[in-house]
Design a protein around this ligand. Structure first.
Ligand code: SD4
Length: 308
């Protein structure tokens, strides 16, 4: 169900005498019970393989940033995946151009690549940009050269062992993104996403998955958001960052996700979905299309909560 954003704003805002809108603040309350902390959550059925790896990283006591990178890498490495990694769908010039971004809540550190060709793990290149350069984003040939200089191997795109031709149509259903959020035991949050983007896109087109604030955002004092869907619509409304603002106002991850999807449809004029985790391990998700499976795992649960 899509909740009207107007109702949400009515619930969470006070109209002052001067007519300006003051949001109710919902500062994190440390006394509130933690839910699934630590945890990982991701999108689409292929996210299960990512969760399996990411939760092990968390259980080993490593950083949620490692969990995001290593979890997403599993999906990127799967050449049978039609929408992530070098097995993904080509653009209108038959090139596979990959987008990815990663963000670490502490310090609001972000890294991303856009329209990256011939490198198997764009999420790792994004992390390297974040960690060793003064920049956030590299695109196209510059990103490719950076990756080679950093020791990432050049690889040909396409599906190994398959003769199946890849779709080139720019149909809005011809795309999915691995989006993954991880909340560590220490309360730090990391998020990331990776995709080959919309099938048949124009060469050089960069989608939301390469843009910090659109495809992914993480802030350890609030939570994290990661998105999938029509990249142009997600960019128009800066969806991940806006969803985090809704989380701050409503202090309810699921409600924030639903209001954000409403924003995506109404103002972004597109379809999609998003996952949300707050700083204490409460999760939320929403989508405007028929189905967007989401799954999460936590060592604090006796059974992994998987809805894939
Ligand atoms: C893009 N947002 O490139 C990505 C694709 C996607 O579900 O997420 N599809 O527009």
């Amino acid at each position: 169900m899509i909740i009207s954003r107007r109702k949400f704003l009515a619930r969470t805002a006070i109209v002052t005498a001067t007519g300006t809108v003051a949001r109710l603040s919902a500062a994190p309350n440390p006394s509130t019970e933690e839910r699934y902390k630590p945890l990982v959550i991701s999108t689409w059925p292929f996210g299960k393989a990512a969760n399996d790896v990411a939760i092990k990283v968390i259980e080993e006591g490593r950083s949620p940033l490692d969990a995001v990178e290593e979890g997403i890498s599993v999906v990127e490495a799967d050449r049978s995946n039609p929408s992530v990694g070098l097995g993904g769908r080509p653009n209108s010039a038959s090139e596979v151009q990959l987008d990815a971004c990663i963000m670490f809540g502490p310090g609001h550190k972000g890294g991303s690549v856009g329209a990256l060709e011939g490198i198997a793990h764009p999420i790792s290149v994004a992390r390297r940009i974040m960690e060793i350069t003064p920049h956030v984003m590299l695109v196209g040939e510059g990103a490719h050269q950076f990756a080679l200089a950093q020791g990432f191997g050049a690889e040909a795109p396409g599906k190994s062992g398959s003769k199946t031709p890849q779709s080139k149509s720019a149909d809005s259903k011809n795309h999915d993104t691995i989006a993954l959020l991880a909340l560590g035991r220490d309360g730090t949050i990391a998020g990331g996403c990776s995709t080959s983007g919309l099938a048949g896109k124009l060469p050089g087109r960069v989608g939301d998955s390469a843009l910090v604030g659109c495809g992914t955002y993480a802030d350890s004092t609030l939570g994290g958001v990661s998105c999938t869907g029509d990249g142009e619509a997600i960019i128009r409304v800066v969806l991940a960052r806006r969803a985090l603002e809704y989380l701050k106002e409503a202090d309810d991850p699921d409600y924030a996700a639903k209001v954000a999807v409403d924003l995506l449809v109404e103002e972004g004029r597109g379809e999609g979905g998003l996952i949300v985790v707050d700083w204490r391990g409460r999760i939320g998700s929403a989508h405007s299309t028929a189905l967007m499976p989401v799954g999460w795992m936590s060592p604090t649960l006796s059974e992994p909560a998987l809805s894939f």
